[in-house]
Design a protein around this ligand. Sequence first.
Ligand SMILES: Cc1cc2nc3c(=O)[nH]c(=O)nc-3n(C[C@H](O)[C@H](O)[C@H](O)COP(=O)(O)OP(=O)(O)OC[C@H]3O[C@@H](n4cnc5c(N)ncnc54)[C@H](O)[C@@H]3O)c2cc1C
Length: 458
Amino acid sequence: MVNIKRVRNLKKGRPGNGWVLYWMSRDQRVHDNWALSYAIEVAENEDRPIMVVFNLVEKFLGSTWRQYDFMIKGLRKVESGLAALNIPFMIVLGDPAINIPQFIKLHHISRLVIDFDPLKIKQQWQKEVIRQIDIPVDEVDAHNIVPCRIASDKEEYAASTFRPKITRLLPEFLDEFPPLVRQHESFNKHRINWEVVTITLQTDHSVRPVEWLTPGEKGARAVFDKFLENSMNVYAHKRNDPNEKHVSGLSPYLHFGHISAQRIALDVLKNLPRNEHTEAFLEELIVRRELSDNFCLYNHGYDNISSFRPWALKSLNDHQDDQRDYVYSVREFENALTHDPLWNAAQKQMVYTGTMPGYLRMYWAKKILEWSASPEEALHTAIKLNDRYQLDGRDPNGYTGCAWSIGGVHDRAWGERKIFGKIRYMNRKGCDRKFDTERYISRINTLVRNLSKSPSPQ
Ligand SMILES: Cc1cc2nc3c(=O)[nH]c(=O)nc-3n(C[C@H](O)[C@H](O)[C@H](O)COP(=O)(O)OP(=O)(O)OC[C@H]3O[C@@H](n4cnc5c(N)ncnc54)[C@H](O)[C@@H]3O)c2cc1C
């Protein structure tokens, strides 16, 4: 049974007499999905059939074909996974505020289940849909282990204030998922014409898809298994070395919901001894990741500098007129035209491969602050580039990571210095001490040269 605390009723409504509908959005998987499990449970209790719909929008927070390609390939696997359970899956294209109410009417939906997402655009879609319908609507947090609204009812100051809350609630919420039962209802087994979906979708094709990882639940599991085998036992010591690649690489899968963080945590705790490596990994996966959802849910300015704490805003403001040695435009940043080969290499890695090592993401964003005309412009540039090129972009982790680097969100005040004020500083020398930066630069430049030679799959 799904812990009812994971469920939040958004509308009482009057149940219709047809299907239970799960409007899948953030959590694009069949297994280990609390929203799907809850929808199935409701359908069984009320003896109704269940179906799942996904609404594809053509523009989403600066996404390009890179992210759409990964998502659509994952959704094709969701379709097969649901078909195996005898659950129909539909795709609708366009504005969810129009599509979902129409769909509910057309299919005589009795109840609507949606998955939780703290981003403003998702909350807005949900509000507009709910305003137009009369049936009961439940929201299920299928992304966080401890449901975001239960973990805390306010914006947390830092990991240190959030960690005790999460730790106290984990024994209740880190539970096993119920088995998925094949549904009785046999349905008209029409399959989605994915060619038509792909052709119809008018998205920005200027950023090419990535080919180094396989979308979907199986792809995610393979990456996780490889991490357990090769890197988990050195994670605490080697995760910050971009040449070693001893991190999980799971963030695109977590972002699109191809794997559940809860499954990852359960497997780690079941199969491995608790040591500095598992603790460090679970800190990132649970505390830091769920803290990002907390930030975006309770601070609606998460994508602009109004989300910075007063001490940080004041300090950045005090240093607004400091002389900058370099000031670059968004175009110059985007095209990796700074004076710093390390920054340029990190930028190129993101543009060409859709990812950047975690340690370098911090350096990358902090240098954007140092080389921009203002903190506002720096945050805007960082979010714009992050969302356009990172496969895992447009995620609460991204908004929080940029706000942490540029605005000290969840961080403390540090010694005052030029431009940064009291925001934590990072420099090239620090990177040189941490890892072989020349090796990284040369590796990325070779990779980019090779990728530039290969024909674009667009
Ligand atoms: C400027 C900046 C931008 C960022 N942009 C994104 C983004 O767009 N999308 C994104 O998912 N993450 C982002 N991060 C957070 C973090 O860098 C990535 O999640 C991590 O590098 C992904 O690699 P991994 O999956 O191998 O992580 P691992 O080290 O293997 O960690 C496992 C999981 O823990 C979570 N995690 C790890 N580090 C953090 C962190 N600092 N904050 C929150 N959760 C974390 C992620 O879900 C990650 O997949 C950003 C950080 C910064 C500083």
